[in-house]
Design a protein around this ligand. Structure first.
Ligand code: ZN
Length: 147
């Protein structure tokens, strides 16, 4: 592995020392909404330039997804988890019964992938009418043995 856990590097802008031990607020905007959150990274002690690793970018990607969910009226990771638990499904079962596959809910709830408008709406309906789940589960089990 290249840059293991190094905590220092040289600034690409001015060549000064960049340190890892600082988390700076970053503001992102999406469709008129904005969010500010602590963004990890290497920051230059001289000019303030920031360099971000892939791991750091996960933090901004997830925050951007939260903002998109809000702007597009999709469920947030917390809402997806809350409704899934209310339906008494684990992540894998939720992906199989509701669609998306066994890893879908893991990704929605981590904020790595946004649920579609359709999944968001389906969950909203099931939150109010949890019995609707039986329709989907019934289809799934009887599907292979249709007379
Ligand atoms: Zn610098």
């Amino acid at each position: 592995m290249g840059d293991q856990n190094c905590t220092e590097r040289a600034c690409p802008e001015c060549g000064h020392l960049m340190v890892r031990d600082e988390v700076r607020p970053l503001t992102i905007r999406y469709k008129g909404l904005s969010a500010t959150f602590p963004m990890p990274g290497f920051y230059c002690v001289n000019c303030g330039e920031g360099v971000h690793t892939g791991k750091d970018m996960e933090v901004s990607d997830r925050n951007l997804n939260l903002l998109k969910a809000q702007a597009e009226n999709l469920l947030s990771p917390t809402e997806v988890r809350r409704i899934r638990k209310k339906l008494r499904l684990n992540q894998e079962a939720a992906g199989q019964v509701l669609g998306g596959g066994p890893n879908a809910f893991h990704k929605y709830e981590k904020g790595d992938v946004l649920p579609s408008q359709a999944i968001s709406n389906l969950l909203r309906v099931l939150e109010v009418l949890p019995n609707g789940l039986e329709v989907l589960q019934g289809r799934q089990t009887s599907g292979s043995h249709q007379a």
